[in-house]
Design a protein around this ligand. Structure first.
Ligand code: ADP
Length: 275
């Protein structure tokens, strides 16, 4: 049942009991659903309310920038800190709003045939810009014949989170490979890095909201702790799953498998135009 439904919610489980018998457990979960809805509404409302004051603080501090530089150089660094932290809070609020929308939105995805080579090269270019001081080598291998039916904006958020994480959690001069290819009738998106890696016992909890392997490092990299929770929710809307393989000190591979139902093949002519 949907958490937005006010009627009574019953959870029914049938468990094998003995040879031919079954045990039926019925549990009233109405209150759990109500609490879950209250939590979601609260997070969505508070994030929405924080948006406007943050925009004002950001705008005012930008306006102050020039006069502080000219008249009060001592205040330049504190002002930079205000701007940095405001941007961080804005990212957090935007991620919280996106997560609330994904949790509440029961509507089916509005699917369009996507231009995956263009979407992926934009993501990789953005990652290269983000990593410009770090000397990373970021490569894209893309099969232009494989594509998806989906919503460009939410898929871009999800896939770019995985690529940006590879940039954030790979020490200088790392190698990052982003690939997109056919996989048993469906499609597979993979990001492979040779970064810090993740100890095995953290892997099952990575997609929980605010779960971090090393909170000190994550806050230095400016992460919100919501990226993989967003990835999981977006992929859920495409019946796609997220697989993670990682070894501390060696690197990580995050991979999303999209089923045939949301994938398509395009004919790519030798002159480059597609149909
Ligand atoms: P954050 O905003 O902190 O990056 P995410 O939800 O995107 O939050 O990721 C959760 C945690 O998973 C991160 O804090 C980091 O510890 C770990 N992680 C994610 N991607 C990688 C990666 N490619 N290499 C190593 N650790 C990673």
């Amino acid at each position: 049942p949907s958490p937005d439904d006010d009627s009574q919610m019953l959870e029914i489980r049938v468990i094998p009991y003995g040879n031919k018998q079954r045990l039926m457990l019925v549990r009233d979960v109405s209150r759990l659903y109500l609490l879950e809805r209250m939590r979601r509404d609260f997070v969505a409302n508070i994030s929405h309310e924080l948006r406007t004051p943050l925009t004002v603080i950001h705008g005012v501090s930008e306006t102050l920038s020039d006069s502080v530089k000219a008249k009060a150089p001592d205040a330049e660094r504190p002002l930079e800190l205000i701007q940095q932290q405001t941007r961080r809070m804005q990212r957090l609020v935007e991620d919280l709003l996106m997560l609330s929308r994904l949790e509440t939105d029961q509507k089916p995805v509005e699917r369009q045939l996507l231009d995956m080579p263009r979407i992926l090269s934009v993501i990789v270019d953005e990652a290269r810009a983000l990593a410009q001081d770090q000397g990373h080598h970021i490569e894209l291998e893309c099969d232009p014949a494989v594509t998806l039916y989906g919503d460009e904006s939410e898929l871009r958020s999800a896939l770019s989170n995985l690529v940006f994480n590879a940039v954030k959690y790979t020490p200088k001069n790392g190698r990052i490979l982003v690939s997109w290819r056919e996989d048993a009738g469906g499609a597979r998106f993979t990001v492979e890095d040779n970064g810090i890696g993740i100890p095995a016992h953290h892997l099952p909890r990575l997609t929980e909201r605010f779960y971090r392997v090393d909170s000190g490092r994550s806050s230095r990299t400016g992460g919100t702790g919501l990226g993989l929770a967003i990835v999981k929710h977006v992929l859920g809307r495409y019946q796609a799953n997220l697989e993670v393989r990682s070894e501390p000190g060696k690197g990580s591979t995050f991979s999303c498998r999209f089923p045939p139902a949301v994938t398509a093949r395009r004919v790519v002519s030798l002159t480059g135009s597609r149909s």
